[in-house]
Write a protein that binds this ligand. Sequence first.
Ligand SMILES: [Mg+2]
Length: 154
Amino acid sequence: MDSFRVLVVDDEQDFLETLVNRLNKRDMDAIGVLSGERALEEVKKKLFDAIILDIKMPGGMDGIEALREIKRIQPLAEVILLTGHASVETSIEGMKLGAFDYLLKPVKLEDLMMKLAEAFEKKDSHEQKIRKARIKDLMRFPGRVFDQEKEDKK
Ligand SMILES: [Mg+2]
């Protein structure tokens, strides 16, 4: 099985590096970036299963803005927000925008691993539903399947 692909977005470099190392040690394919802008560059290049996103980042783009763009580019990626006690309201706004859940900083690795496992599970069942819908759609129009076979034989 392929490793889960995880993007971590946080402006605190030490935290970012530690977390990315730990995720990679647990057989994930994790990379880290320090800003929302860099996160968008990555989601345009590569599909992610989960994105861990700090809400408070200095500079042009905050976490919520990054979240909006990420969900537009990769609606199936599950986003876990990282937030301080003072910005729980922002996390709620984030969940309304499609984030999977949030965790309070400082984050315990075990809590994050559990949340990631939930996110992977949700993404998997969502993708299964999409596959089933495709199959049902093909069964409604069996001709399409045969047309496709003819195409394949060409
Ligand atoms: Mg921050």
